[in-house]
Design a protein around this ligand. Structure first.
Ligand SMILES: Cc1ncc(C[n+]2csc(CCOP(=O)(O)OP(=O)(O)O)c2C)c(N)n1
Ligand code: SF4
Ligand SMILES: [Mg+2]
Length: 321
């Protein structure tokens, strides 16, 4: 059953509650898009929520002892066991209901939050176990495409051509030489009820995906991969986070789609794609690339778009305009 029918659509951010659950005063860099994502996520989820947070920028910058920016229960987990920690919390809630400690009909949403390093690399086995068991947890990956908190090391999610401190750019090395791992497809391969990609430049689309992912918990786990431009690691002016995020979708670099009970749907069709150059040129991590290298990346994106259109069964992301 598609969750489309059950979830009330969020048309604009005005449809979200005014109450803040992820509050100000955090230590994220100025212009970090993680704050926008967490604020929207918690507004959609509401008060009866438990956050399980892997180590990373979001965790470190929002829970500086003795302060916290979360007005809901929040649990720190290591990289390796975020999925298992979330599963344990679900089991504890079940046991507490059985013992009558909390009412049987009380709905508690368990949300795991992890960066790309903690999700696509180090915590992958734990995430896979959680998805395989069918535990009702929504896993939100904020994907800033490197291990940012420890100084911009590459992860399996770092895109081709990007400079990081462990994929330097010089005469021999030209930045990352491996393709970005397709974690959304890996999650979907577990046959879970709901998988989506999201982008903070499209906040109502992102909010609806959070809402659908939470609704899906009645049947099993959900997984949302949110692109998260990082001013420090991607090397752009702090005012440009949302512009760059939007360009990622407009160029076909980060298509927005959902897989709802196996049904694939692009949620933001692009009639005419912008050249990938428009996306790359605003970011210092790609500043070393020659015109030929940019054209090579364009070809990789063209191939990715072709795959998406094939999956959708029609042209949902158009040619270069
Ligand atoms: C097993 C393990 N290795 C290394 C670290 C050190 N460490 C803390 S945060 C971090 C980077 C996390 O990267 P990511 O998950 O992408 O989140 P981001 O910092 O980018 O938000 C690392 C390597 C750790 N905490 N645990
Ligand atoms: S390093 Fe990047 S992800 Fe971390 S707080 Fe700064 S902008 Fe955000
Ligand atoms: Mg990261």
């Amino acid at each position: 059953m598609s969750s489309e029918k059950k979830v009330r659509r969020i048309k604009s951010l005005f449809d979200l509650p005014r109450d803040e659950i992820f509050i100000s005063g955090h230590g994220l860099c100025a212009g970090c898009t993680a704050g926008t994502i967490m604020r929207t996520l918690t507004k959609v989820a509401g008060k009866d929520t438990i956050i399980v947070n892997a180590t990373g920028c979001v965790e470190v910058a929002t829970t500086r002892y003795p302060y916290s920016n979360w007005l809901v229960p929040w649990f720190h987990s290591a990289f390796e066991n975020t999925g298992a920690s979330a599963s344990g919390i679900v089991a504890a809630i079940r046991a507490m209901k059985k013992k009558g400690i909390i009412p049987e009909d009380k709905k508690v949403k368990v949300i795991a939050v992890g960066g790309d390093g903690g999700t696509v690399d180090i915590g992958l086995q734990s995430l896979s176990g959680m998805l395989e068991r069918g535990d009702p947890v929504m896993y939100v990956l904020y994907d800033n495409e490197a291990y940012m908190n420890t100084g911009i090391q590459r992860s399996g999610s770092t895109p081709y051509g990007a400079w990081t401190t462990t994929t330097p750019a010089g005469k021999v090395w030209r930045g990352e030489w491996r393709p970005k791992k397709d974690i959304a497809s890996i999650a979907a391969a577990h046959g879970i009820p709901y998988v989506a990609t999201a982008n903070p430049a499209y906040p109502s689309d992102m909010a609806n995906k959070f809402a659908k992912g939470l609704e899906a918990l009645e049947e099993g786990p959900s997984f949302i991969q949110v692109l998260m431009p990082c001013t420090t690691g991607w090397r752009f002016d702090p005012s440009l986070g949302i512009t760059i995020s939007r360009l990622a979708t407009e160029t076909g670099v980060f298509p927005l789609y959902e897989i709802d009970h196996g049904e694939f749907r692009v949620t933001f069709p692009v009639a005419k794609r912008k050249h990938v150059r428009e996306y790359l040129k605003l970011q210092g991590r790609f500043a070393h690339l020659t015109d030929e290298e940019v054209e090579h990346i364009q070809k990789l994106i063209d191939a990715q778009v072709e795959k998406i259109n094939k999956r959708a069964g029609k042209t949902v992301i158009g040619p270069l305009g």
